[in-house]
Design a protein around this ligand. Structure first.
Ligand code: C2E
Ligand code: MG
Ligand code: MG
Ligand code: MG
Length: 282
């Protein structure tokens, strides 16, 4: 961390920075230890097709059970991890855990659905990322179509050409790519068209505002139309009420994720849901 930011930091240096920096360093050490000592684990939130009530996918979300602080939210430690290559370690941990889980489910004859993982833009464009994915898929004997990657918009504008190259390599493996939190970043429509994307995820802030006739409806409508025009799937995130679900359905979006349907759940609970779903559909 020091090496990376050292030079530019000098001119901003103030006395309190020393504390901040050592606090950051300590937190990073803790994250590192947590990864090594099994304090990190994944929960899975089912994604539902409201037209059939079928679970069509899962999103893997990381959790940190800290020995003293209890459950630490990813909103707290992911941004810190993103300051360094620690975020790559986290990404690798998540991908490894998801593929191991998928492989176990397949051995147990569970009808699996694709699992989406959140990957930092920094990790995506780091050296050897597609190769890591390819090796991991091969190692666990899991087909690439069961893995999806969610990226927030930021990275695209900085490294469009690199992003295109890496995403194309992932797509060759069958791995689909979603833009997470869509609408909060800066993607120009031009980039969206250039990138080999598959899915837009409407940010939950717009979904939460929808359903009371407010601006949220209009933004959701615009994103849904944009996705349709660009031939992308669209998933609404943060669906909490029946009314929101209905508004989204009426706007033509029936792929939903949110507390109205399911909270993020343990792998055991989600595995059981998938088993029951295959029985129901059989
Ligand atoms: P995200 O990728 O946009 O994930 C969706 C977040 O919304 C999750 O929070 C989920 O629990 C929450 N959520 C789902 N449905 C609802 C709902 O109906 N209402 C509300 N209020 N919230 C809902 P979580 O798990 O706390 O994760 C927060 C963020 O942290 C994620 O946002 C993602 O950006 C990041 N994150 C989580 N896990 C990972 C990970 O494994 N790797 C990376 N790089 N980032 C992660
Ligand atoms: Mg996500
Ligand atoms: Mg999101
Ligand atoms: Mg988010």
């Amino acid at each position: 961390w020091a090496k990376q930011n050292g030079r530019d930091n000098a001119k901003f240096y103030e006395p309190h920075m020393a504390e901040k920096v050592s606090g950051q360093f300590q937190f990073e050490q803790e994250i590192k230890e947590a990864l090594d000592s099994h304090q990190m684990f994944l929960v899975y939130q089912p994604q539902v097709d409201s037209s059939s009530d079928r679970i069509f996918g899962l999103e893997a979300l990381i959790r940190w059970q800290h020995p003293e602080k209890g459950l630490v939210s990813p909103a707290e430690f992911i941004p810190v991890a993103e300051e360094s290559t620690l975020i790559n370690k986290i990404g690798e941990f998540v991908i490894d855990s998801v593929l191991r889980r998928l492989s176990k489910w397949q051995q147990d004859k569970v009808d699996v659905v694709p699992v989406a993982v959140n990957i930092s833009g920094r990790h995506l464009i780091s050296e050897g990322f597609p190769q890591f994915i390819e090796r991991s898929l091969r190692h666990y004997k899991v087909d690439g179509r069961w893995l999806k990657i969610e990226i927030t918009e930021g990275v695209f504008i900085h490294d469009v050409h690199e992003s295109i190259e890496i995403m194309s390599a992932l797509k060759t493996l069958g791995v689909e790519i979603s833009v997470d939190d869509f609408g909060t970043g800066y993607s120009s429509l031009h980039y969206l068209k250039m990138l080999p994307l598959d899915i837009l995820k409407i940010d939950q802030s717009f979904v939460l505002e929808s359903g009371d006739g407010a601006e949220g409806d209009k933004i959701c409508e615009a994103i849904i139309q944009l996705a349709q025009n660009l031939d992308l799937q669209v998933i609404a995130e943060g669906v909490e009420t029946e009314l929101q679900a209905k508004v989204l359905n009426d706007l033509g979006c029936n792929l939903h994720q949110g507390f109205y349907y399911f909270r993020p759940e343990s792998e055991e609970t989600v595995g059981e849901r998938l088993r029951q779903q295959s029985k129901r559909l059989a």
